[in-house]
Each structure stands twice: as C-alpha cells, then as structure tokens.
Design a protein around this ligand. Structure first.
Ligand code: TXA
Ligand code: MG
Length: 318
C-alpha cells in the first residue's frame, strides 16, 4: 500500500473523513502525539488499527470526539460530568466512562468502560466533525515503540501499512494525554500524561493512582512501551558516576543539568521541554548511537510523566 502524506487543508481533511467513513484508517495530528484513527463504531475498521500497529487486542483504545453531543452515543456520562469535563476539554485529558452498546469490544478490549477524549487541535476536531463519527485512535506507532510526535515518526513505523497521514507539524505536548476516572469529587489516575498531577489537584479534592493490583482495569500498563531499537538505561540518583561506569564510545545522555560525564553527546533540557522532546530524542538517538542514558528528573509537574515514560522505555535501571 502506498502511504500518502497530505497537508491539513479542508480538501485533504474531507478526503481523510471519506476514508474514515469507508472503514479505512488515517494517521492524524493531535496536540499530544499523532494518532492512528478509524470509525469507532466500525469493528472491522478498528481491527485494521490493531493490525497496522501490531497491538495486542486486549489493549483498548481512546475514542476521540469533537462535541459533547457525540459523547452521548459513546459513553454514559454521570451527572455533573460535563461540568468537570469542560474544565479540561478540549485538551490532553482522557476520561474512563461506562460504555454505550454501540461501541464494539474491539475498541474497549472487552471492558465495560470506554476511554474518551476531546482533543485540543483544530485539525483533529475538524476531521472528527467531517467524519461524523467518533474516531477510535491509539498512538500512530508500531506497538512497543516510542510514540510519534511528527509525521516522520509515523512514517518510520507505518509507511506502506496505512493509506494516509495528515501532516500537522510537531506535536505541541509531545507526550500522551493523562488518563483518569472521576470518582465523585476525586480523580483516579490510570496513566500520567501531558496534564500534570498538580493541575488535576486544582480541580479534584483528591487525586490517587490506580492500584498495581488493578491493572486489569488499565490494560495498557502491562505491555512493553516506548522502547527504541537500542538499549535505554534509566539513571537514578548520582548520575555522572553511574554513567561513567557504563559508557560506550557511541553513547548519548539526556539530562536536566550539565554532568561531569566522559561522553561527547549530552543533551540538557528542563523538564517541561524534556517531556515534549523525549520520544523524538529516543527515535533520533536510535539512528546514531548504540546506548541511550536518560536521567531521572525531580518528581514534579511533567517531570513525573517524563520519569514514567523513560522508565518504561528502559531495559535497565541503575
Ligand atoms: O494523547 C493520547 O492519549 C493519544 C492521542 C492519539 O489521543 N492516544 C494514546 O492512545 O495515547 P494509546 O492507545 O496509545 O493509549 C491509550 C491508553 C492505554 O494505556 C490504554 O490501556 C488506556 O488508555 N485505555 C483505553 N481504554 C481504556 C479503558 N476502557 N479502561 C482503562 N484504560 C483504557
Ligand atoms: Mg500508545
């Protein structure tokens, strides 16, 4: 299959919407990362997403909507939900809600809940609106690989496997949405993401994490994720000493401050930018280096999301 790359003009968005409506998959930008989408009500189309990505079928995908009206066919929103959701939507927060019957098991991995998000990106919203259906979409990468934050990343993994990619430039957040379940006035976090815990705490009385024993309710957590083709070492504590002990001649280091390491390639970025750049860094590094060191950041704001993603990308933690 030839993969077409198109700009986000209205004509091209109409073409993409026609593909979605006819049961095809399309890769598109969102404000978090690029998604690979299909009509959420069309089980055959959703299966194509899993096939292109090589994704395990019990790992459910997020349903993207462009209006609250669309939510009605997808999920059962409890009383007061819209008021809470409006504080975050459109935006990088995904809510877990009881699902409606119309949503096939292919989307929810057999769960009785569905993950829903209204993205804060004009291209995505227009595509959903033109398609006239909610769009089920995981990240537009091969399963286990770092998430895609540019069209180049999508093509690295899916060229020849999907008919169309819409180019929306570099992703604004560069890291996925924060996935939560609302429980009364509290929130339970299923996945850290582009919206920090501190920001959730401004809205909810209590913010807690899904317990480790509850992973059946968040299937994505159990799978390997975000790993480039060369090993990643996640470095905690006194980084310089630990890195110097393990260096190879073709290693690269990603950290928050200058380090006394005997390595020519050191990338220093603050935590906010770092979370946005991590996936891109892993993808460019795999082409030029044989070992990637990523240093732990303070567990604050997006530093927490960064650490979680980097830990999961790592084959070794030192
Ligand atoms: O920012 C994002 O969230 C991006 C863009 C494309 O919207 N999407 C994304 O999708 O990251 P994906 O499939 O890579 O991650 C979805 C996460 C997985 O960890 C999955 O297990 C979880 O959401 N999830 C989906 N439906 C769920 C459900 N019903 N219950 C619990 N977790 C669910
Ligand atoms: Mg993903």
């Amino acid at each position: 299959m030839k993969t077409r790359i198109v700009k986000s003009t209205l004509v091209n968005l109409r073409l993409a919407a026609r593909l979605i409506k006819s049961g095809e998959v399309v890769a598109f930008p969102t404000e978090t990362i690029y998604g690979l989408g299909a009509d959420a009500f069309n089980r055959e189309a959703v299966r194509k997403i899993f096939a292109a990505k090589g994704r395990p079928s019990d790992n459910p995908v997020i349903v993207h909507i462009s209006s609250f009206d669309m939510l009605k066919d997808v999920a059962i929103a409890p009383r007061g939900f819209e008021e809470i959701a409006r504080k975050f939507w459109p935006g990088p927060v995904t809510f877990i809600l009881p699902k409606r019957e119309l949503v096939p098991v292919e989307v929810t991995g057999g769960l009785d809940t569905v993950a829903v998000r209204m993205p804060d990106n004009k291209i995505t919203l227009k595509l959903i609106e033109l398609s006239g259906v909610p769009i089920a979409a995981p990240s537009a990468n091969t399963s286990t690989r770092p998430s895609p934050t540019s069209v180049g990343h999508v093509l690295d993994d899916l060229d020849g496997k999907i008919p169309l990619v819409i180019d929306g430039g570099a992703s604004k957040h560069g890291v996925e949405s924060t996935v939560i379940r609302v429980d009364g006035r509290d929130a339970v976090v299923y996945r850290l993401g582009a919206l920090s815990l501190e920001d959730l705490e401004k809205v909810f009385s209590k913010v807690s994490f899904i317990s480790k024993t509850d992973v059946a309710r968040s299937p994505g957590v159990k799978y390997k994720h975000y790993a480039p083709s060369v090993p990643v070492v996640f470095v905690t504590g006194d980084a310089a000493k630990k890195i110097n002990a393990q260096l190879t001649s073709k290693a690269v280091v990603f950290c928050s401050k200058k380090l006394n390491v005997k390595c020519k390639q050191v990338v220093v970025l603050d935590s906010k930018v770092a979370a946005r750049k991590l996936f891109g860094f892993l993808r460019s590094s795999e082409k030029n280096f044989d070992l990637i060191f990523v240093c732990e950041r303070p567990e604050r704001g997006l530093g927490r999301t960064f650490n979680e993603r980097a830990r999961r990308a790592a084959s070794l933690i030192i």
